[in-house]
Design a protein around this ligand. Sequence first.
Ligand SMILES: CC(C)(COP(=O)(O)OP(=O)(O)OC[C@H]1O[C@@H](n2cnc3c(N)ncnc32)[C@H](O)[C@@H]1OP(=O)(O)O)[C@@H](O)C(=O)NCCC(=O)NCCS
Length: 275
Amino acid sequence: MADLQAQIEELWDRRADLASGDHDAMAVVREAIDLLDRGEARVAEVDPATGEVVVHQWLKQAILLLFRLSAMETVEVGPYEYADKIPLKRGYQAAGVRVVPGASARWGSFLDRGVILMPSYVNIGARVGANSMVDTWATVGSCAQIGENVHLSGGVGIGGVLEPPQAAPVIIEDDVMIGSRCMVVEGARVGRGAFLGAGAILARSIPVIDAETGEELSRGVVPPWCVAIQASRPRAFAGGEFGLPCILVIKRLPEGERHDKAALNDVLRAHGVSA
Ligand SMILES: CC(C)(COP(=O)(O)OP(=O)(O)OC[C@H]1O[C@@H](n2cnc3c(N)ncnc32)[C@H](O)[C@@H]1OP(=O)(O)O)[C@@H](O)C(=O)NCCC(=O)NCCS
């Protein structure tokens, strides 16, 4: 893989000279995207030793090169017509993934076994862990990393990040429940087993506050095993005091125990019903 990384980095350095139709460059880029597509490489991961997010920049560079090297193509499906540069993912049944009509995932995203895609969208470089559910109208942005047994409820927007290549993507850890219509963007992170209440907006600049102590725990990082909801905090400006959004941690959950409302969703999912 080190050799492939070096080749991508070399292409990246001379990207200004590359154009679609360069078959040699495309063959190298395709190899890298295939690794992402099969889940053998990932754009970012949490280092188990430090808990920090490690971004593998060269894989993001490969995705950006793919856009540069690909030409637009018209694709027709029945009465639908599309014009794009990147094909869709294939081979769902062999991969043990259920994909409901209306859902799309791009080549170069990875869906692990047991994933269910309701009519939703998964962009290139994103990764969805085993047995996770991407519910109706949820979107998983480019390079976002979703763990195992996660539920992204209806309409959830998980932000994508391609540029700059070193920017960390959104990380949703295992066993997380993201409530309906939440938006998690800009390299924000939700810790294992957390429940983010419906309608929350989590970005890197949003304070996450502990309701018990009033302490600001982080900006953009929800701790593991807790329930966190959208709230507001007073903020003084020259023009007066205004309420700015924050995320409030209202409950801590015993480690390893998901919130009972997430458990209900597990039951529904086991019976093939979307919540
Ligand atoms: C966050 C959530 C899990 C809280 O459930 P809970 O632990 O049972 O907590 P409660 O319902 O007792 O709510 C605690 C407090 O938070 C408030 N609250 C609950 N959910 C909230 C939300 N999403 N945003 C803002 N405030 C919320 C409640 O009004 C309540 O305030 P109170 O103490 O003054 O009465 C739940 O309300 C939620 O958002 N579930 C997501 C549902 C969803 O999107 N499902 C997807 C499939 S339909």
